[in-house]
Design a protein around this ligand. Structure first.
Ligand code: NAP
Length: 282
């Protein structure tokens, strides 16, 4: 297929690379000019998207998606019937529904397809796609998702993918917070962290979160797989949705304070696992 891939960050680059590997005809665009082996490079989102069957986005946040789609040199100007926009960024469900309406007004289709699996999942084509959009269109896109992932779950109509994704990240943030607090307390009690991790992985506490992050934490390796600034962005998405719907999230308020402290200490671009240090230093 002829695909435009917009956003070559930690997630976007390996996703686009796997589309090239699967034999698709890929044109890439990134705000800060970047190229990708085997793909053409465009100077603007519109140039990349012109004539593409699929326009796939993975950019930082709601505002970035809006700019890429509807900004001056955005995709919107070249949208045609038959084109599909897939958004794999994690953004607000309400904004997603509004963007989808604007895309459909041009005769094109829109599917929200945020992912989980982080950098390693993207590199190894092991992502889980959490999808919102028309059932028939999502089914049609299945082979494309499966070139980059291990599973596709359609949650419901437009925006449902983003709704589920922010709920899942809420749980990741809170599971990781409990890991950080467990490490802080047992560390002071004299339990070696590698033993704690071994205990966790052999008990009912075992989780994908500790599987992924355990070795990074043991090595104090805070290089970004999922940058802290993006998890804080997601915490704010969760809190906005909760406010709109009158849902209380008491533990998340405390987690947010920890992330804000970590940002204030200069860790915005480090992995969110650095909050192990933040909690230890409280
Ligand atoms: P990243 O490495 O920070 O990349 C962000 C991308 O967005 C870059 O290409 C950046 O361009 C672009 N961007 C930022 N602001 C923009 C703007 N105003 N206009 C146009 N482009 C803009 O982030 P990432 O880890 O790839 O994450 C991308 C999305 O996937 C985020 O929504 C994130 O929450 C989500 N996600 C991440 C992970 C993970 O583990 N990393 C997992 C699941 C979902 P520049 O290069 O010019 O800055």
């Amino acid at each position: 297929m002829k695909i435009a891939y917009l956003g070559l960050g930690i997630m976007g680059r390996p996703m686009a690379a796997n589309l090239v590997k699967a034999g698709h005809d890929v044109t890439v665009w990134n705000r800060t000019p970047k190229s990708l082996d085997g793909a053409r490079t465009a100077d603007t989102p519109a140039e990349a998207a012109k004539g593409a069957e699929v326009v796939w986005l993975c950019v930082a946040d709601t505002r970035a998606v809006e700019t890429v789609l509807f900004g001056q040199q955005g995709v919107s100007g070249v949208l045609r019937p038959g084109m599909t926009v897939i958004d794999s960024s994690t953004i607000a469900p309400s904004a997603t529904r509004a963007f989808a309406e604007r895309v459909r007004a041009k005769g094109a289709e829109f599917v929200d397809a945020p992912v989980t699996g982080s950098k390693i999942g993207a590199e190894n084509a092991q992502l889980l796609f959490i999808v919102g959009g028309p059932e028939k269109k999502v089914a049609e896109l299945n082979p494309l998702f499966m070139a980059l992932g291990k599973k596709v779950i359609r949650v419901g109509e437009t925006g449902a993918g983003e709704s589920a994704k922010i709920g899942m990240n809420l749980m990741i943030a809170e599971i990781f917070q409990s890991f950080a607090e467990g490490l802080a307390l047992t560390g002071k009690l004299g339990v070696p962290p590698e033993i704690l991790l071994e205990l966790i992985q052999n008990s009912m506490i075992k989780s994908g979160v500790t599987d992924y992050k355990g070795s990074f934490v043991l090595n104090n390796d805070w290089s970004p797989n999922f940058p802290l600034r993006l998890m804080l962005k997601d915490i704010h998405l969760m809190q906005d949705a909760a406010r709109e719907l009158n849902v209380e999230l008491p533990a998340l308020k405390e987690v947010e304070k920890v992330y804000q402290k970590a940002v204030d200490a200069g860790h915005a671009n480090d992995d969110y696992a650095v909050t192990v240090e933040t909690v230890r230093n409280l």
